[in-house]
Design a binder for this molecule. Structure first.
Ligand code: SF4
Ligand code: SF4
Length: 137
């Protein structure tokens, strides 16, 4: 199984097309929409995670490109530097996916990278620089 997080940039004429539906129905992929900003008559952006076997994911990316959707790899990920964290919980409220959470047993903050959508909302909140962007190599 392959998992790819990508940014899809939709030109205005494709905004109202059921493209993510077609990725599922025609390309046989599982698609999680992590973020979307769609405005009528403007370019739209969507961050999606595509799951499927490698050939299907590659075919899905070609399908998007052929339609005229610009596809960029999600270049950055957000990491939690545990040694800098003082568990103040300031970052919990802005995190939309509960990637940052409180472990009730230990009453300490934890980070689940699988849930993180790299929205960066926690970066400016953390007073200790414990949340940082890591550029994928
Ligand atoms: S980048 Fe967004 S999703 Fe990830 S931990 Fe920070 S606030 Fe949560
Ligand atoms: S805001 Fe920073 S120091 Fe506070 S719990 Fe979150 S990551 Fe840790």
């Amino acid at each position: 199984m392959a998992k790819r997080k990508v940014v899809l940039n939709f030109p205005p004429h494709l905004i109202d097309q059921p493209i993510t539906y077609r990725l599922v129905a025609e390309q046989g992929l599982k698609v999680n929409i992590l973020r979307a900003r769609i405005t009528p008559k403007e370019w739209g952006n969507m961050v999606v995670e595509m799951n499927g076997d490698k050939a299907r994911v590659e075919a899905g990316l070609r399908f998007l490109a052929d339609l005229g959707v610009e596809v960029e790899p999600l270049a950055e990920e957000v990491r939690w530097q545990e040694e800098r964290c003082i568990h103040c919980t300031a970052c919990l409220a802005p995190c939309p996916t509960q990637a940052l959470y409180v472990d009730r047993a230990s009453m300490t903050v934890g980070f689940d990278g699988e849930k993180c959508i790299a929205c960066e909302l926690c970066l400016n909140v953390c007073p200790y620089g414990a949340m940082e962007i890591a550029v994928e190599k």
